[in-house]
Design a protein around this ligand. Structure first.
Ligand SMILES: *Cc1c(COP(=O)(O)O)cnc(C)c1O
Length: 339
């Protein structure tokens, strides 16, 4: 039996139809701007999200980094969630490669960064301080969809304070589908947005950064500097285009399966359900049983992230079907006992 891999939505493999689309893609040299499939992907996402331009890049980490380096100069500062991917899970790239100082801000439980906390963190204009230039938000954040009225308030705040506003929208489409709005309604509050095609959308590789033409020109230069100038990338852009054509609306299935999974796990004595948000389920189990649980689940053909976050996270995606959800709940039930 195929293992059920709930560690992340990055583990999806290209479908047969996606592979066929990749084989057929017209390609050219993207460093020369001549790959028609890359250009089509960039154009469609810029248009769909309401921006002038877009840039296809290998990873979400690079996309965020290029955005930060395009908004900020050496010695500038960006405000970012203390548990945000760009701050915590990207190797400190903004500081390491961009000479940009992060100012981490504690999140509220819903993933928002309270505006009074942000206001208090903005530095005075004075040679003692880094220049506060940018606010970076993340949506979804650990599966949570940031409220639209918060995004509007953050936008107005950033405008008043002269800050740029970047969204790490790795799972922007999960947020859009879960709130029943077009992705553009979320993206419109930002100056730049990074979207991952390689998460629940199921492409093997790739993210897209959207922004103004001037911002994307800078990002393209930094992409080359970072070694991300790729050539016949249309093969990968074809997978991304296929994902956008076929795998957006179905994110609702992942959310529904996560809800079913959460309900099933919540019933099992020994498991504390912490929450289910879009395609993610968070649970707590007794710490002294973690190692044993890990072994049991592996033997049962179920993989989850153990030890990477303080709680256990299970993520649904394209390669997890209803049967996979049933098998996962069964595997937990076998371990903890119960009905
Ligand atoms: C996955 C992810 C990224 C980018 O990750 P890559 O593995 O570099 O593509 C950025 N932000 C968030 C919130 C993510 O989940």
């Amino acid at each position: 039996m195929e293992p059920i891999d709930l560690r992340s939505d990055t583990v999806t493999r290209p479908t047969t139809a996606m592979r066929a689309a990749m084989l057929d893609a017209p390609v050219g040299d993207d460093v020369y701007g001549e790959d028609p499939t890359v250009n089509a992907l960039q154009r469609r996402l810029a248009d769909e999200l309401g921006f002038e331009a877009a840039l296809f890049v290998p990873t979400g980490t690079q996309s965020n980094l290029l955005a930060l380096m395009s908004h900020c100069e050496r010695g500038d500062e960006y405000l970012v969630g203390a548990d945000a991917h760009t701050y915590k899970f990207e190797g400190g790239g903004a500081a390491v490669l961009g000479s940009i100082q992060p100012q981490p801000i504690p999140h509220d439980a819903d993933g928002t960064l309270p505006l009074d906390r942000l206001a208090a963190a903005i530095k005075p204009v004075d040679p003692h301080f880094a220049r506060t230039r940018l606010l970076a938000l993340e949506n979804t954040w650990h599966g949570r969809v940031l409220p639209l009225d918060y995004l509007k308030a953050a936008h107005d705040f950033a405008r008043e304070r002269g800050l740029g506003l970047h969204l790490d929208g790795a799972r922007l489409f999960n947020a859009a589908i879960a709130s029943g709005v077009a992705a553009r309604e979320i993206a419109r509050h930002f100056d730049s947005v990074s979207v991952c095609l390689s998460k629940g959308l199921g492409a093997p590789v790739g993210s897209v950064l959207v922004g103004s033409a001037a911002l994307i020109d800078k990002a393209r230069r930094w992409r080359k500097v970072a070694g991300g100038g790729w050539r016949q990338a249309g093969l990968l852009a074809a997978a991304a285009n296929h994902a956008l054509d076929h795998h957006v609306a179905r994110l609702a299935d992942d959310h529904a399966r996560a809800a079913t999974l959460a309900a099933g796990l919540a019933d099992i004595p020994g498991i504390r359900l912490l929450g289910q948000f879009t395609n993610m389920v968070f649970i707590d189990v007794p710490a002294d049983r973690l190692r044993e649980l890990d072994v049991h689940l592996r033997e049962a053909g179920v993989r989850i992230s153990i030890g990477y976050l303080p709680t256990l996270r299970l993520v649904t995606h394209l390669d997890v079907d209803d049967e996979g959800v049933v098998r996962t709940v069964e595997a937990f039930r076998e371990f903890f006992g119960g009905r």
